[in-house]
Design a protein around this ligand. Structure first.
Ligand SMILES: [Zn+2]
Length: 149
């Protein structure tokens, strides 16, 4: 599908009623460049531009802390758990940035938060934690079976 604005490049960004912050009625299909222009001009959409990210070093340090202090942030078993986890991560990131004396406006914070939630490193870690949990429940089952026999 071609970008509906420039009609030259492939449309990579698709906005519809379900997209965060998007209030339009008609869905939109833009290439990256045109999407950026659209986000910059549309009130409330500036944070969707993804201009800044956390460094890999800082992000993984924060995941380590999150994993040891707030393990439930990695619980995505139900949609309520997801909402709770997301809220926890938002508060955690806000507090940690303040402690590290990093001041951002709300658009900047939302960009970093989006990276914190959405990076593939988060999903890698989620998988690792799940695998660990599974291994734990397996071994306790094994133990029970061993005890019964
Ligand atoms: Zn375009």
């Amino acid at each position: 599908m071609l970008c509906q604005r420039c009609k030259k490049r492939d449309a990579l960004i698709h906005l519809s009623g379900g997209s965060p912050g998007f209030t339009g009625h008609k869905s939109k299909h833009y290439c990256r460049e045109c999407a950026d222009t659209y986000f910059a001009r549309t009130p409330g959409m500036n944070s969707a531009r993804d201009l800044i990210r956390l460094s890999d070093f800082y992000r993984s340090k924060l995941y380590d802390e999150l994993e040891s202090e707030f393990r439930e942030a990695f619980d995505n078993s139900t949609s309520e758990a997801c909402v709770r986890g997301s809220e926890l991560m938002r508060r955690f990131l806000k507090k940690r940035l303040a402690e590290d004396n990093i001041k951002l406006n709300s658009d900047g914070f939302d960009m970093l938060l989006h990276d914190f939630f959405g990076s593939r490193h988060f999903y890698d870690r989620l998988d690792r934690i799940k695998a660990k949990r599974l291994a734990l429940s397996c071994s306790s089952r094994e133990r029970r079976r061993a005890g019964a026999g």
